[in-house]
Design a protein around this ligand. Structure first.
Ligand code: HAM
Length: 425
């Protein structure tokens, strides 16, 4: 029996991989402009890291983690998200001792054992940022503006930024108490999951997708202390200043327990039920809870699969590089072509050639199938004359060029653009 990819995982095939690297290059380039540096953390971590950070009673920890015992009987988990590993690495490597505000970005696979559907996988990929070391509302606004600028540059057109402020620990407790008060009379009408959430972690009821549960949620406003309220207003002010459009949502809580203060989510049109392409927020206690100092932080993560579903490929991959195909006739020509291909690549031109004996017709067909802009034809006759034939594949026009000036000529007509470097904000 043929072995297939694990359910909920996908191969990223050559046609799509260009969009993936374009998105990644775009992130690298744009994030650097805001002072972020890349961090790469392991895919496996101590299970306790996620239990302590994401929260024992969250869906991720209770139902979705890929956890196993390794040969040394340690409990290991495939990372379900990137924030906790980044904070662990930040503490373990004393990154905080070298700088004040630390700005890090990451990209890579995450793993959650969810029911697969369009836009929801068991191995999915995130691009994320974490800014550790400042509680300033300027930073909140800058992080959200960075996300919005990234999405615009990636060609996502129809998206909405939802924002809320959960308040500090004390505010969160008041909110939870009021929520419980409001839900208590209707406890039996809540779904089974929410009835259990009511006792364990009432905030999670706000994430419930069940419409009947949603209807029972009481409207709770003004539970934040003066400091948190003023922080929230400053963030919104700065977003207005930067021209970032957003909507405030009093019930936006997000599914991870580490959030306090500002939380946000970006949804895109046309993605069905899995429409959150990015999400993030402040995590005021996480660093302290993981054994570090009392340092505030904020970040976000973008789901790459959903990002690519919401953006048009042509807007993210700007100009594919001009590809040259060298077609040869005869062994002597093939040997010369082999040398020329190497020269072209050294000159930065993308070039492929045929190594086996094939008819010119078959070779030109291959050039067109592989979307080559030009075919270079080299036969023994051309070789004797020190010439090559250059064929424009789209126009079906060809001209003879001297072998000597060939590389310079190709350099002058081939436009090379590295995907993702041409950012227009
Ligand atoms: P999250 O909301 O769990 O946040 O995930 C962020 C994004 O990852 C989602 O908006 C979605 O695009 C994508 N995503 C999540 N699960 C899946 C899945 N099963 N399949 C496909 N895409 C998925 C976090 O992970 C936080 N660490 C974000 C953060 C960073 N907060 C502060 N810093």
């Amino acid at each position: 029996m043929q072995i297939r990819a694990i359910r909920g995982t996908k191969d990223i095939l050559p046609g799509e991989s260009m969009q993936w690297s374009a998105a990644e290059n775009l992130a690298r380039d744009l994030f650097a402009k805001y002072g972020y540096e890349e961090i790469r953390t392991p895919v496996i971590e101590d299970t306790a890291l996620f239990k302590r950070s994401i929260g024992d009673t969250t869906d991720i920890v209770q139902k979705q983690m890929y956890t196993f015992q390794d040969r040394g009987e340690r409990s290991i988990t495939l990372r379900p998200e990137g924030t906790a590993p980044v904070v662990r690495a930040y503490l373990e490597n004393n990154i905080n001792n070298k700088q004040g505000l630390v700005k890090l970005f990451y990209m890579g696979p995450m793993f959650r054992a969810e029911r697969p559907q369009a836009g929801r996988q068991r191995q999915f990929h995130q691009i994320g940022v974490e800014a550790i070391g400042s509680a300033s509302p300027y930073l909140d606004a800058e992080v959200i503006a960075l996300l919005v600028n990234f999405l615009k540059a990636a060609g996502v057109k129809d998206f909405e930024v939802k924002i809320n402020n959960l308040g500090c620990d004390k505010d969160k407790k008041i909110f939870c108490d009021q929520l419980k008060e409001g839900l208590k009379p209707n406890l039996e009408r809540l779904c089974e999951d929410c009835q259990s959430r009511f006792g364990k972690n009432v905030l999670r009821i706000l994430d419930c997708k069940n419409h009947d549960c949603k209807k029972l949620i009481p409207v709770i406003t003004s539970y934040q202390c003066d400091d948190c309220e003023s922080h929230y207003h400053k963030v919104l002010d700065m977003l207005n200043l930067l021209g970032v459009k957003y909507k405030t949502y009093a019930h936006l809580v997000r599914g991870l327990d580490y959030y306090t203060g500002t939380v946000f989510e970006v949804t895109a049109a046309g993605l069905g039920s899995q429409d959150a392409i990015a999400a993030g927020g402040r995590y005021g206690n996480l660093i302290k809870d993981l054994g570090g100092p009392d340092v505030p932080a904020i970040g976000f993560a973008i789901g790459i699969e959903r990002l690519l579903m919401a953006s048009s490929p042509e807007s993210i991959v700007h100009s594919p590089e001009t590809k040259i195909y060298i077609a040869t006739l005869g062994e002597a020509a093939r040997k010369k072509a082999f040398e020329l291909a190497s020269e072209l690549r050294e000159a930065g031109i993308v070039c492929i050639m045929e190594y086996d004996e094939k008819s010119l017709k078959a070779q030109l067909k291959a050039a067109s199938n592989q979307e080559c802009k030009y075919a270079v034809i080299l036969g023994d006759d051309e070789l004797k004359k020190d010439k090559i034939i250059l064929r424009d594949m789209s126009k079906s026009e060809q001209e003879e060029i001297s072998l000597k000036s060939f590389v310079t000529h190709l350099k002058s007509i081939s436009y090379k653009a590295v995907p993702g470097t041409d950012i227009k904000l």
